[in-house]
Design a protein around this ligand. Structure first.
Ligand code: FES
Length: 162
């Protein structure tokens, strides 16, 4: 007897039943894998999309703030304070007057500071200088600082947008 004669021939009906059983399982696995892939892509793409297109929230504009208390700043000194979402600067000059400006440099938006040795406002980023009227006097800043009004109300030094 040959070895081929001992092997049972697969019947057509058993082949068909195997393929019928295999298809739903394969579809189920494809469905699970496809769903997992879509979920993974979604968890990457949706946050990226939200990051690229920020929500439209209008920034509240604050028009006045208590920048300091009377007596807090000695003469020839300055203080950076928070004015809305940006920094502001209050200066008490040698003559005893208060001056207030935006503390955002008009060059590349570094925060400026008062230099007691220069007796004016200075930007450390690129050595920009501003006088006590806010005017750009030395260095790369192209425009003056935004000037604010200063009022004293009781013990409070109130700074307001002009
Ligand atoms: S950012 Fe102020 S001088 Fe450049």
């Amino acid at each position: 007897m040959s070895s081929e004669a001992q092997k049972p021939e697969p019947t057509k009906t058993s082949d068909t039943s195997q393929s019928v059983d295999a298809m739903p399982r394969r579809r189920f696995v494809n469905f699970i894998l496809g769903g997992g892939l879509l979920t993974t892509l979604g968890s990457i793409v949706v946050p990226l999309f939200n990051f690229m297109i920020p929500p439209k929230i209008q920034e509240a504009v604050q028009n006045s703030v208590v920048a300091a208390k009377v007596g807090e700043l000695p003469r020839n000194s300055g203080k950076v304070f928070k004015f809305g979402s940006k920094p502001g600067m209050l200066v008490h000059n040698e003559q005893g007057e208060y001056k207030a400006f935006s503390a955002v440099c008009t060059h590349l938006e570094c925060t400026v500071q008062y230099r007691e040795d220069f007796k004016h406002v200075w930007c450390a980023c690129h050595n920009g200088h501003f006088d006590l009227t806010g005017k750009n006097i030395i260095g790369p800043p192209p425009r003056p600082l935004e000037v604010y009004d200063v009022d004293i109300s009781g013990d409070d030094i109130v700074v307001s947008r002009v």
